[in-house]
Design a protein around this ligand. Structure first.
Ligand code: BDP
Length: 689
């Protein structure tokens, strides 16, 4: 298998008796009650999926008297569903929710709007793929958030920023005439996991997307996505009124600028009546923004919001900003910049915050901003592409990280403070490209899948998602499912151990962010240097963010901050994020900091070995093509985990002047050799940072 089918490669049920039971229960699909485009997709997907699973096409229902099948439809539009509703108490399912139940021999799928039918259809297919007993079906599902959006960092020239799976799948050159089948398959894959929006252009935006010919292209994509319940969004470059509109300012309070945005938005809605809105990166890493005119982020966002509001569109405004003032802790900046603006944004603005305060590190404490803007709806931004986690080569099941972030309780002394409770939506930076299997590394599919599932149900356990993905992707063999679940569960802790144990962060090589570079200290701006983030000397290591240091800790609610103020109560995984400590500092388990650091690096390498062993055990139980694909990537990961351990420990040993802890092998190369490695053609590159 080449992986193109993703988690939708429904397998024929092998056991003929079981298959026969399902066939008898699902002889027809009666979807005549839905009506619209999305309901039709739901019926078509059921028909397609079930014929793959059962080996026969279900009839178009309702079947003959006495036959059993699936009835799907909206409440109040079908006699069969209403018959059920007369006795069952089904609450309002809301937008996109559904109720899936077994009743008097039939499977009923009921919703209050059409997307609900679509999500219920995919759920039913997952149940049959997993051989769930239909008689036990009784599921009521509603998404936790209305906004579940993929963010593509795709440029109009076809490159993908931080993309490790080939080029952009959007062929702007040939749109709108040529509609690649991939667009349809992409929409289908997203719908199957509950994703309902996509931003198809990079946050480092190009105003060309707003030119009329490009809007026609964007419209062609929106038309493909619509039947799958997916809205199209675009990134808005703040200076577009100048670059495209020929104005001499982009000042958000200038009447000509206000009029330009209003008109542009009208042009968009004339083509795309359900256009989602804009995603904006402003005054960040060189992008233009309202600061040029002495205006705030709120003033900048509001001009776009006012243009979109009459059409029902939203502005997603990113909080990823950090200035170049010397001596400021980058950790603090988004909070310092945005908290004064709480309550100043229009109702249709959401502020999008990266999970951590710095930048998609293997492990970050969550951003304090999540608990600091009670009057502003917030989006959580996760990275699905693995910029800082081994990119296209390493197998790292990100569901574990997402689970940790979503479950973090920022107000431990009162209810309602978990990150998933503080947000109104989730965005994920896509890992999709032209690679035949979509994500380059086959296991990248698990991260796309996990993102969708968690954006729908943020309290789902990572392990459950791993097992579900494994079953949908590799088939029903329980041993295969268990093994892959185990590998995925091991993979995230492994990566943190071999890259950035004990709270180290941002020690990747610069620019491309691939491989270790903790020694780098020669870039123009302090916070682009890995060294800045740990500051190791002969005596100590770590970043003091307590009151004796940058005091970033004070940005957290008191009950949270208290625990992190003292190294003894700070969770070890975040130790060096908040504290600067002597190498001899004694950890709870009795090891010194130096010894523990060495052992963690070693453990990370061993965990990758364990993952590779588990995978080897699956030879013959998985098709040869995918088996080989994963084995080869694991071999690279193994070698690079060792590289991380060896290069980092060679460096920290030279700084601290200490011998390597017992149990950690000596680096095979000199520190100078590790420093000399270069990557002229590293993928997904951006200059400087
Ligand atoms: C950083 C990336 C950079 C992005 C930036 C962002 O290195 O390529 O443009 O984030 O999120 O992680 O805007």
């Amino acid at each position: 298998s080449d992986g193109y089918a993703l988690w939708l490669g429904h397998q024929l049920i092998e056991d003929s008796i079981v298959r026969q039971d399902y066939r008898a229960a699902l002889t027809f699909i009666d979807g005549s009650t839905g009506g619209g485009e999305v309901a039709t997709t739901a019926t078509n997907e059921l028909r397609r999926g079930l014929s793959e699973l059962l080996g026969v096409q279900p009839l178009r229902g309702p079947g003959e008297a006495g036959a059993h099948g699936i009835y799907l439809g909206l409440r109040g539009r079908s006699a069969r569903l209403d018959h059920y509703l007369a006795t069952a108490d089904v609450p309002d399912l809301g937008s996109e929710g559904y109720h899936l139940v077994y009743h008097d021999g039939d499977v009923l799928l009921l919703a209050d709007d059409e997307p609900g039918l679509l999500y219920g259809a995919f759920d039913l297919l997952r149940q049959v793929q997993a051989l769930t007993d239909l008689r036990s079906l009784n599921r009521t599902e509603q998404p936790a958030y209305a906004h579940r959006i993929l963010n593509h960092w795709d440029n109009l020239d076809g490159t993908v920023e931080r993309g490790y799976a080939g080029f952009s799948i959007w062929n702007w050159h040939q749109l709108p005439e040529y509609i690649d089948q991939r667009y349809v398959d992409y929409a289908r894959a997203n719908a199957s996991i509950g994703i309902n929006g996509t931003v198809v252009t990079n946050v480092n935006a190009n105003s060309l997307i707003f030119r009329e010919d490009y809007l026609d292209k964007a419209k062609a994509l929106a038309d493909i996505f619509r039947p799958y319940g997916i809205k199209l969004y675009l990134t808005a470059r703040f200076s577009s009124p100048m670059e495209l509109g020929g104005l001499d300012t982009a000042d958000p309070l200038d009447p000509a600028v206000i009029a330009w945005w209003k008109e542009k938005v009208e042009e968009i809605y004339a083509r795309i009546p359900d256009f989602g809105g804009f995603l904006v990166k402003a005054n960040s890493e060189g992008q233009p923004g309202p600061w040029e005119y002495g205006r705030t982020h709120a003033e900048g966002a509001n001009v776009l919001a006012d243009a979109l509001a009459p059409h029902g569109g939203i502005v997603v405004w990113r909080a990823f900003v950090y200035s170049d003032e010397a001596g400021r802790d980058r950790f603090r900046e988004a909070y310092d910049e945005f908290t004064p603006l709480d309550g100043r944004f229009r109702n249709n603005v959401l502020v999008q915050i990266k999970n951590g305060p710095i930048d998609f590190q293997p492990r970050e404490p969550v951003s304090p901003l999540f608990a600091a803007m009670p009057r502003t709806p917030l989006m959580l931004e996760l990275q699905i592409t693995k910029e800082y986690l081994g990119q296209g080569t390493h197998l790292v099941g990100l569901a574990s990280m997402y689970e940790e972030v979503l479950g973090t309780d920022l107000r431990p002394t009162e209810p309602g403070g978990e990150v998933h409770q503080l947000i109104s939506g989730i965005a994920g930076v896509s890992n999709i490209g032209t690679a035949r299997n979509w994500t380059g590394n086959l296991f990248g599919q698990a991260d796309w899948f996990a993102f969708g599932r968690l954006a729908w149900a943020p309290q789902t356990a990572a392990r459950e998602i791993f097992a579900e993905w494994a079953g949908l992707t590799f088939g029903r063999d329980p041993e295969v499912i268990d093994s892959i679940t185990q590998m995925l569960a091991l993979s995230y802790p492994a990566c943190v151990n071999y890259m950035t144990p004990l709270g180290l962060h941002h020690i990747m090589n610069t620019g491309h962010h691939y491989g270790p570079g903790p020694w780098i200290d020669d870039l123009g701006r302090a916070d682009w240097n890995p060294y800045y983030y740990h500051g190791a000397t002969r005596d100590s290591i770590g970043f003091d963010r307590t009151s004796t240091g940058s005091d970033a800790l004070s940005q957290y609610p008191e009950g949270f901050a208290r625990r992190y103020a003292d190294p003894a109560t700070t969770p070890e995984k975040f130790l060096l994020w908040f504290h600067r400590l002597p190498w001899d500092y004694e950890l709870a388990g009795g090891n010194t900091l130096w010894r523990e650091l060495g052992l963690r690096y070693q453990l990370g390498v061993e965990q990758v070995g364990e993952m590779a062993d588990i995978w080897s055990g699956l030879e013959g139980r998985i098709d040869a093509e995918r088996f080989r694909h994963v084995s080869q990537h694991l071999a690279i990961q193994q070698r690079e985990a060792e590289w991380w351990r060896d290069a980092c420990l060679a460096y920290f040993r030279s700084v601290s002047g200490r011998p390597l802890p017992e149990g950690v092998p000596a680096p095979p190369q000199t520190l100078e050799e590790y420093k000399a490695l270069t990557y002229p053609y590293a993928p997904g590159i951006r200059p400087q940072w």
